[in-house]
Design a protein around this ligand. Sequence first.
Ligand SMILES: C[S@@+](CC[C@H](N)C(=O)[O-])C[C@H]1O[C@@H](n2cnc3c(N)ncnc32)[C@H](O)[C@@H]1O
Length: 403
Amino acid sequence: MTANEDFFREKRAAAVFKHGILKRYPAIFASKAGFRVQGRRVVFVDGYAGRGRYDDGSPGSPLLLVQAAEFVTNFRNVAGIFVEKNPQHYTRLVRVLAEEADGLRYETMQGDLGERLPEVLSRAQDAALFVFLDPFGTALAHQELITILERDGPPTEVLLHFSVSAVARLGSAVKQTHTREILAPEDQKKVDRLNRFLGGDWWQAYFTQVAGDDDLGTATSAALDVCDRYREIIKGETAYDSVSMPVRPHPDNQPRYVLVLFTGHVEGKWHFADTLGKAGMDWHEAWRNDLVARDRRKRESSGQATLFDMHTDLPIFDREKYRKTEEPKWIAAVEENIIQLLATYGTFRLADHVAEVYGQTLGSAWIPHVRRAAQSLHERGIIGAIGKDKRLHLDPIVPVRPS
Ligand SMILES: C[S@@+](CC[C@H](N)C(=O)[O-])C[C@H]1O[C@@H](n2cnc3c(N)ncnc32)[C@H](O)[C@@H]1O
Protein backbone atom coordinates (compact mmCIF):
# COMPACT_ATOMS: atom_id res chain seq x y z
CA MET A 1 0.00 0.00 0.00
CA THR A 2 1.47 3.40 -0.97
CA ALA A 3 1.43 6.38 1.42
CA ASN A 4 -1.32 7.89 -0.74
CA GLU A 5 -3.43 4.69 -0.59
CA ASP A 6 -2.88 4.58 3.16
CA PHE A 7 -4.40 8.07 3.37
CA PHE A 8 -7.90 6.71 2.80
CA ARG A 9 -7.74 3.95 5.45
CA GLU A 10 -8.77 6.10 8.38
CA LYS A 11 -9.17 9.75 9.10
CA ARG A 12 -6.25 11.09 11.17
CA ALA A 13 -6.39 14.01 13.62
CA ALA A 14 -4.81 16.41 11.12
CA ALA A 15 -7.54 15.60 8.57
CA VAL A 16 -10.14 16.25 11.27
CA PHE A 17 -9.16 19.92 11.20
CA LYS A 18 -9.79 20.35 7.50
CA HIS A 19 -13.02 18.40 7.73
CA GLY A 20 -14.07 20.51 10.72
CA ILE A 21 -13.83 23.49 8.38
CA LEU A 22 -15.68 21.79 5.54
CA LYS A 23 -18.50 20.82 7.89
CA ARG A 24 -19.12 24.47 8.73
CA TYR A 25 -17.63 27.05 6.42
CA PRO A 26 -19.10 26.29 2.94
CA ALA A 27 -22.64 26.67 4.34
CA ILE A 28 -21.69 30.10 5.72
CA PHE A 29 -20.17 31.03 2.36
CA ALA A 30 -23.33 29.90 0.55
CA SER A 31 -25.50 31.88 2.86
CA LYS A 32 -23.43 35.10 2.73
CA ALA A 33 -22.02 35.10 -0.80
CA GLY A 34 -25.10 33.55 -2.43
CA PHE A 35 -27.38 36.23 -1.05
CA ARG A 36 -26.90 38.79 -3.81
CA VAL A 37 -26.47 36.33 -6.67
CA GLN A 38 -29.31 36.00 -9.14
CA GLY A 39 -31.30 32.85 -8.40
CA ARG A 40 -29.24 32.50 -5.20
CA ARG A 41 -26.96 30.16 -7.17
CA VAL A 42 -23.92 28.69 -5.41
CA VAL A 43 -21.49 26.04 -6.68
CA PHE A 44 -19.24 23.94 -4.46
CA VAL A 45 -16.26 22.39 -6.25
CA ASP A 46 -14.08 19.65 -4.80
CA GLY A 47 -11.11 19.69 -7.20
CA TYR A 48 -9.26 16.70 -5.70
CA ALA A 49 -12.25 14.84 -4.41
CA GLY A 50 -10.78 11.43 -3.51
CA ARG A 51 -13.07 8.45 -2.78
CA GLY A 52 -15.88 10.21 -0.98
CA ARG A 53 -15.54 8.18 2.16
CA TYR A 54 -12.65 6.76 4.19
CA ASP A 55 -12.39 3.01 4.69
CA ASP A 56 -13.25 3.48 8.38
CA GLY A 57 -16.62 4.93 7.31
CA SER A 58 -15.96 8.58 8.05
CA PRO A 59 -17.08 11.02 5.36
CA GLY A 60 -14.48 12.51 3.05
CA SER A 61 -14.60 16.04 1.70
CA PRO A 62 -17.23 15.31 -1.02
CA LEU A 63 -19.76 14.07 1.53
CA LEU A 64 -19.04 16.99 3.83
CA LEU A 65 -19.75 19.37 0.96
CA VAL A 66 -22.98 17.49 0.26
CA GLN A 67 -23.98 17.91 3.91
CA ALA A 68 -23.10 21.61 3.81
CA ALA A 69 -25.28 22.00 0.71
CA GLU A 70 -28.18 20.22 2.42
CA PHE A 71 -27.88 22.66 5.28
CA VAL A 72 -28.68 25.66 3.08
CA THR A 73 -30.94 23.91 0.58
CA ASN A 74 -34.07 25.79 1.64
CA PHE A 75 -32.70 29.19 0.81
CA ARG A 76 -29.80 28.64 -1.64
CA ASN A 77 -29.68 26.94 -5.00
CA VAL A 78 -26.52 24.84 -4.55
CA ALA A 79 -24.85 22.48 -7.02
CA GLY A 80 -21.71 20.36 -6.56
CA ILE A 81 -18.87 19.51 -8.95
CA PHE A 82 -16.44 16.76 -7.96
CA VAL A 83 -13.23 16.16 -9.91
CA GLU A 84 -11.01 13.11 -9.38
CA LYS A 85 -8.16 11.86 -11.53
CA ASN A 86 -7.54 8.35 -10.24
CA PRO A 87 -9.96 5.92 -11.98
CA GLN A 88 -10.36 3.62 -8.94
CA HIS A 89 -10.99 6.52 -6.59
CA TYR A 90 -13.37 7.99 -9.12
CA THR A 91 -15.43 4.80 -9.31
CA ARG A 92 -15.73 4.72 -5.52
CA LEU A 93 -16.61 8.41 -5.45
CA VAL A 94 -19.40 8.00 -8.01
CA ARG A 95 -20.88 5.12 -5.99
CA VAL A 96 -20.70 6.98 -2.66
CA LEU A 97 -22.33 10.09 -4.13
CA ALA A 98 -25.06 8.03 -5.83
CA GLU A 99 -25.92 6.51 -2.48
CA GLU A 100 -25.74 9.65 -0.40
CA ALA A 101 -26.18 12.80 -2.43
CA ASP A 102 -29.65 12.38 -3.85
CA GLY A 103 -30.81 15.74 -2.50
CA LEU A 104 -28.08 17.68 -4.34
CA ARG A 105 -27.65 18.61 -8.01
CA TYR A 106 -24.13 17.51 -8.77
CA GLU A 107 -21.74 16.45 -11.47
CA THR A 108 -18.66 14.25 -11.27
CA MET A 109 -15.72 14.63 -13.65
CA GLN A 110 -12.92 12.15 -14.06
CA GLY A 111 -9.53 13.59 -14.98
CA ASP A 112 -6.96 16.20 -14.17
CA LEU A 113 -8.35 19.32 -12.50
CA GLY A 114 -6.23 21.59 -14.67
CA GLU A 115 -7.71 20.06 -17.82
CA ARG A 116 -11.28 20.11 -16.50
CA LEU A 117 -11.04 23.65 -15.13
CA PRO A 118 -12.53 25.50 -18.14
CA GLU A 119 -15.58 23.20 -17.97
CA VAL A 120 -15.86 23.62 -14.18
CA LEU A 121 -15.70 27.40 -14.40
CA SER A 122 -18.18 27.54 -17.23
CA ARG A 123 -20.68 25.45 -15.17
CA ALA A 124 -20.20 27.84 -12.24
CA GLN A 125 -20.64 30.99 -14.30
CA ASP A 126 -23.07 33.41 -12.63
CA ALA A 127 -22.93 31.45 -9.36
CA ALA A 128 -21.03 32.19 -6.15
CA LEU A 129 -18.17 29.68 -6.15
CA PHE A 130 -16.46 27.84 -3.31
CA VAL A 131 -13.56 25.63 -4.37
CA PHE A 132 -11.79 23.13 -2.14
CA LEU A 133 -8.32 22.14 -3.39
CA ASP A 134 -6.82 19.21 -1.52
CA PRO A 135 -4.13 17.71 -3.72
CA PHE A 136 -1.66 15.12 -2.51
CA GLY A 137 1.52 17.20 -2.23
CA THR A 138 2.09 19.73 -4.96
CA ALA A 139 -0.24 18.52 -7.73
CA LEU A 140 -1.88 21.94 -8.15
CA ALA A 141 -0.35 24.35 -10.68
CA HIS A 142 0.02 28.01 -9.70
CA GLN A 143 -1.76 29.09 -12.86
CA GLU A 144 -4.79 26.92 -12.02
CA LEU A 145 -5.32 28.77 -8.75
CA ILE A 146 -4.90 32.12 -10.49
CA THR A 147 -7.40 31.13 -13.18
CA ILE A 148 -10.02 30.31 -10.54
CA LEU A 149 -9.46 33.50 -8.57
CA GLU A 150 -9.45 35.71 -11.65
CA ARG A 151 -12.73 34.51 -13.09
CA ASP A 152 -15.34 37.22 -13.65
CA GLY A 153 -18.64 37.18 -11.86
CA PRO A 154 -20.05 36.54 -8.39
CA PRO A 155 -17.87 36.00 -5.30
CA THR A 156 -15.26 33.25 -5.38
CA GLU A 157 -13.37 31.67 -2.52
CA VAL A 158 -10.74 28.93 -2.53
CA LEU A 159 -9.78 26.77 0.41
CA LEU A 160 -6.32 25.31 -0.27
CA HIS A 161 -4.55 22.50 1.54
CA PHE A 162 -0.92 23.64 1.26
CA SER A 163 1.25 20.63 2.00
CA VAL A 164 4.07 21.84 4.25
CA SER A 165 5.53 18.34 4.50
CA ALA A 166 5.71 17.94 0.70
CA VAL A 167 7.28 21.37 0.17
CA ALA A 168 9.76 20.75 3.03
CA ARG A 169 10.69 17.34 1.62
CA LEU A 170 11.08 18.46 -1.99
CA GLY A 171 12.77 21.75 -1.07
CA SER A 172 15.41 20.15 1.11
CA ALA A 173 16.00 17.31 -1.37
CA VAL A 174 16.70 19.89 -4.06
CA LYS A 175 18.97 21.88 -1.74
CA GLN A 176 21.05 18.76 -1.03
CA THR A 177 21.73 18.24 -4.72
CA HIS A 178 22.27 21.86 -5.59
CA THR A 179 26.00 21.94 -5.23
CA ARG A 180 26.11 20.05 -8.53
CA GLU A 181 26.01 22.05 -11.73
CA ILE A 182 23.68 19.70 -13.55
CA LEU A 183 20.85 18.05 -11.69
CA ALA A 184 20.03 14.38 -12.09
CA PRO A 185 16.73 13.94 -14.03
CA GLU A 186 14.82 12.84 -10.90
CA ASP A 187 16.02 15.95 -9.02
CA GLN A 188 15.18 18.17 -11.96
CA LYS A 189 11.67 16.67 -11.80
CA LYS A 190 11.36 17.74 -8.16
CA VAL A 191 12.47 21.26 -9.05
CA ASP A 192 9.98 21.40 -11.91
CA ARG A 193 7.17 20.20 -9.66
CA LEU A 194 7.79 22.89 -7.08
CA ASN A 195 8.25 25.57 -9.75
CA ARG A 196 4.91 24.59 -11.27
CA PHE A 197 3.13 24.62 -7.91
CA LEU A 198 4.69 27.83 -6.57
CA GLY A 199 4.84 29.74 -9.84
CA GLY A 200 8.62 30.13 -10.18
CA ASP A 201 11.92 29.18 -8.57
CA TRP A 202 11.90 31.92 -5.88
CA TRP A 203 11.36 29.24 -3.18
CA GLN A 204 14.93 27.90 -3.53
CA ALA A 205 16.39 30.78 -1.51
CA TYR A 206 14.32 29.65 1.49
CA PHE A 207 16.07 26.28 1.75
CA THR A 208 19.69 27.44 1.88
CA GLN A 209 19.88 26.94 5.66
CA VAL A 210 18.67 23.32 5.61
CA ALA A 211 21.63 21.24 6.76
CA GLY A 212 20.71 17.75 5.59
CA ASP A 213 17.93 15.23 4.95
CA ASP A 214 17.24 14.90 8.67
CA ASP A 215 17.08 18.65 9.36
CA LEU A 216 13.30 18.50 9.44
CA GLY A 217 12.83 21.48 11.77
CA THR A 218 14.63 23.96 9.46
CA ALA A 219 13.01 22.46 6.35
CA THR A 220 9.53 22.78 7.89
CA SER A 221 10.08 26.35 8.97
CA ALA A 222 11.40 27.15 5.46
CA ALA A 223 8.26 25.56 3.97
CA LEU A 224 6.04 27.65 6.29
CA ASP A 225 7.86 30.82 5.14
CA VAL A 226 7.40 29.69 1.55
CA CYS A 227 3.67 29.37 2.23
CA ASP A 228 3.52 32.94 3.58
CA ARG A 229 5.39 34.25 0.54
CA TYR A 230 3.13 32.24 -1.77
CA ARG A 231 0.07 33.93 -0.19
CA GLU A 232 1.68 37.34 -0.73
CA ILE A 233 2.41 36.50 -4.37
CA ILE A 234 -1.18 35.39 -4.95
CA LYS A 235 -2.37 38.60 -3.31
CA GLY A 236 -0.11 40.65 -5.59
CA GLU A 237 -1.38 38.84 -8.67
CA THR A 238 -5.09 38.69 -7.87
CA ALA A 239 -5.81 41.08 -4.96
CA TYR A 240 -7.20 38.08 -3.04
CA ASP A 241 -6.26 38.22 0.61
CA SER A 242 -6.03 35.08 2.73
CA VAL A 243 -6.23 33.63 6.21
CA SER A 244 -3.98 30.69 7.02
CA MET A 245 -3.88 28.03 9.70
CA PRO A 246 -0.97 25.60 10.16
CA VAL A 247 -2.24 22.14 11.13
CA ARG A 248 -0.30 19.58 13.18
CA PRO A 249 -1.11 15.94 13.92
CA HIS A 250 -0.44 16.69 17.60
CA PRO A 251 0.37 19.94 19.49
CA ASP A 252 4.02 18.85 19.92
CA ASN A 253 4.53 18.02 16.23
CA GLN A 254 5.60 20.22 13.35
CA PRO A 255 2.77 21.44 11.07
CA ARG A 256 2.01 19.02 8.23
CA TYR A 257 -0.05 21.40 6.17
CA VAL A 258 -1.53 24.87 6.15
CA LEU A 259 -5.17 25.53 5.40
CA VAL A 260 -5.41 28.75 3.40
CA LEU A 261 -8.63 30.50 2.57
CA PHE A 262 -8.33 32.93 -0.34
CA THR A 263 -11.10 35.44 -0.15
CA GLY A 264 -11.88 38.84 -1.55
CA HIS A 265 -14.21 39.82 1.26
CA VAL A 266 -13.77 40.75 4.93
CA GLU A 267 -16.81 38.60 5.81
CA GLY A 268 -14.90 35.58 4.49
CA LYS A 269 -11.93 36.18 6.77
CA TRP A 270 -14.09 36.94 9.78
CA HIS A 271 -16.25 33.83 9.53
CA PHE A 272 -13.40 31.59 8.49
CA ALA A 273 -11.49 32.52 11.68
CA ASP A 274 -14.61 31.69 13.70
CA THR A 275 -14.81 28.30 11.99
CA LEU A 276 -11.13 27.65 12.65
CA GLY A 277 -11.77 27.92 16.39
CA LYS A 278 -14.61 25.40 16.26
CA ALA A 279 -12.65 23.02 14.01
CA GLY A 280 -9.73 23.40 16.43
CA MET A 281 -11.92 21.90 19.14
CA ASP A 282 -12.68 18.88 16.90
CA TRP A 283 -8.94 18.52 16.28
CA HIS A 284 -8.16 18.66 19.97
CA GLU A 285 -10.60 15.88 20.65
CA ALA A 286 -9.22 13.84 17.73
CA TRP A 287 -5.54 13.94 18.66
CA ARG A 288 -6.40 12.99 22.24
CA ASN A 289 -8.46 10.08 20.96
CA ASP A 290 -5.67 9.08 18.54
CA LEU A 291 -3.27 8.98 21.45
CA VAL A 292 -5.59 6.85 23.53
CA ALA A 293 -6.25 4.44 20.66
CA ARG A 294 -2.54 4.09 19.89
CA ASP A 295 -1.79 3.49 23.53
CA ARG A 296 -4.52 0.87 23.75
CA ARG A 297 -3.16 -0.95 20.69
CA LYS A 298 0.33 -0.88 22.21
CA ARG A 299 -0.98 -2.22 25.50
CA GLU A 300 -2.93 -4.99 23.81
CA SER A 301 0.09 -6.11 21.83
CA SER A 302 2.58 -5.94 24.72
CA GLY A 303 0.32 -6.86 27.62
CA GLN A 304 2.00 -4.09 29.64
CA ALA A 305 0.68 -1.13 31.56
CA THR A 306 1.10 2.12 29.61
CA LEU A 307 0.63 5.83 30.06
CA PHE A 308 -3.13 5.83 30.54
CA ASP A 309 -3.16 3.01 33.10
CA MET A 310 -1.35 5.48 35.31
CA HIS A 311 -3.35 8.58 34.31
CA THR A 312 -6.86 7.29 33.92
CA ASP A 313 -8.33 10.81 33.76
CA LEU A 314 -6.39 11.67 30.57
CA PRO A 315 -8.41 9.74 27.98
CA ILE A 316 -11.73 11.48 28.51
CA PHE A 317 -11.87 14.68 26.53
CA ASP A 318 -14.73 16.81 27.72
CA ARG A 319 -15.29 19.63 25.20
CA GLU A 320 -17.26 21.80 27.59
CA LYS A 321 -14.78 21.42 30.41
CA TYR A 322 -11.89 22.14 28.05
CA ARG A 323 -13.60 25.24 26.66
CA LYS A 324 -14.42 26.59 30.13
CA THR A 325 -10.83 26.12 31.31
CA GLU A 326 -9.21 27.60 28.21
CA GLU A 327 -11.47 30.47 27.22
CA PRO A 328 -10.37 32.99 29.90
CA LYS A 329 -6.85 32.64 28.41
CA TRP A 330 -8.13 33.10 24.85
CA ILE A 331 -10.11 36.19 25.84
CA ALA A 332 -7.14 37.71 27.68
CA ALA A 333 -4.89 37.07 24.65
CA VAL A 334 -7.39 38.71 22.27
CA GLU A 335 -7.66 41.71 24.61
CA GLU A 336 -3.88 42.10 24.43
CA ASN A 337 -3.97 41.82 20.63
CA ILE A 338 -6.62 44.52 20.39
CA ILE A 339 -4.56 46.79 22.66
CA GLN A 340 -1.58 46.27 20.32
CA LEU A 341 -3.72 47.11 17.31
CA LEU A 342 -4.95 50.29 19.02
CA ALA A 343 -1.32 51.29 19.63
CA THR A 344 -0.47 50.71 15.95
CA TYR A 345 -3.56 52.01 14.16
CA GLY A 346 -5.63 54.04 16.60
CA THR A 347 -9.20 53.49 15.43
CA PHE A 348 -9.62 50.29 13.39
CA ARG A 349 -12.14 47.60 12.41
CA LEU A 350 -11.76 44.01 13.66
CA ALA A 351 -12.75 42.82 10.17
CA ASP A 352 -9.64 44.45 8.66
CA HIS A 353 -7.19 42.75 11.03
CA VAL A 354 -8.63 39.30 11.65
CA ALA A 355 -5.31 37.43 11.90
CA GLU A 356 -3.82 39.98 14.33
CA VAL A 357 -6.99 40.11 16.44
CA TYR A 358 -6.84 36.32 16.98
CA GLY A 359 -3.02 36.04 17.00
CA GLN A 360 -2.00 32.81 18.74
CA THR A 361 -5.64 32.00 19.50
CA LEU A 362 -6.47 31.45 15.81
CA GLY A 363 -7.73 27.88 15.69
CA SER A 364 -8.84 28.01 19.36
CA ALA A 365 -11.01 31.06 20.01
CA TRP A 366 -14.06 32.05 17.99
CA ILE A 367 -16.37 35.07 17.60
CA PRO A 368 -17.98 35.11 21.09
CA HIS A 369 -14.50 35.17 22.62
CA VAL A 370 -13.54 38.18 20.52
CA ARG A 371 -16.80 39.84 21.57
CA ARG A 372 -16.07 39.19 25.24
CA ALA A 373 -12.55 40.57 24.86
CA ALA A 374 -13.82 43.75 23.19
CA GLN A 375 -16.61 44.10 25.75
CA SER A 376 -14.11 43.76 28.59
CA LEU A 377 -11.91 46.50 27.05
CA HIS A 378 -14.96 48.71 26.82
CA GLU A 379 -15.83 48.04 30.47
CA ARG A 380 -12.24 48.83 31.43
CA GLY A 381 -12.59 52.23 29.72
CA ILE A 382 -10.00 51.43 27.03
CA ILE A 383 -12.33 51.50 24.00
CA GLY A 384 -15.71 52.99 23.20
CA ALA A 385 -18.93 51.00 22.79
CA ILE A 386 -18.58 47.98 20.48
CA GLY A 387 -20.77 47.01 17.52
CA LYS A 388 -23.94 45.11 18.36
CA ASP A 389 -24.59 41.56 17.05
CA LYS A 390 -23.48 41.34 13.43
CA ARG A 391 -21.76 44.75 13.54
CA LEU A 392 -19.00 43.66 15.95
CA HIS A 393 -16.36 43.31 13.23
CA LEU A 394 -17.65 46.15 11.05
CA ASP A 395 -18.05 49.02 13.52
CA PRO A 396 -14.87 50.85 14.45
CA ILE A 397 -12.98 50.05 17.62
CA VAL A 398 -12.30 53.51 18.99
CA PRO A 399 -9.68 54.17 21.68
CA VAL A 400 -10.87 56.20 24.65
CA ARG A 401 -8.42 59.01 25.19
CA PRO A 402 -7.49 59.58 28.85
CA SER A 403 -9.08 62.87 29.93
C1 LIG B 1 -5.68 14.12 -0.50
S1 LIG B 1 -6.66 13.23 -1.59
C2 LIG B 1 -8.23 13.97 -1.44
C3 LIG B 1 -8.94 13.71 -0.15
C4 LIG B 1 -10.29 14.33 -0.07
N1 LIG B 1 -10.26 15.75 -0.41
C5 LIG B 1 -10.86 14.17 1.32
O1 LIG B 1 -10.63 15.03 2.20
O2 LIG B 1 -11.60 13.22 1.54
C6 LIG B 1 -6.17 13.84 -3.14
C7 LIG B 1 -6.92 13.24 -4.32
O3 LIG B 1 -6.59 13.99 -5.48
C8 LIG B 1 -6.50 13.09 -6.59
N2 LIG B 1 -5.68 13.79 -7.62
C9 LIG B 1 -4.33 13.87 -7.70
N3 LIG B 1 -3.96 14.64 -8.74
C10 LIG B 1 -5.11 15.11 -9.30
C11 LIG B 1 -5.39 16.00 -10.38
N4 LIG B 1 -4.39 16.53 -11.10
N5 LIG B 1 -6.67 16.28 -10.68
C12 LIG B 1 -7.68 15.74 -9.94
N6 LIG B 1 -7.48 14.87 -8.91
C13 LIG B 1 -6.20 14.56 -8.60
C14 LIG B 1 -5.87 11.86 -5.99
O4 LIG B 1 -6.15 10.72 -6.78
C15 LIG B 1 -6.54 11.79 -4.62
O5 LIG B 1 -7.70 11.01 -4.66
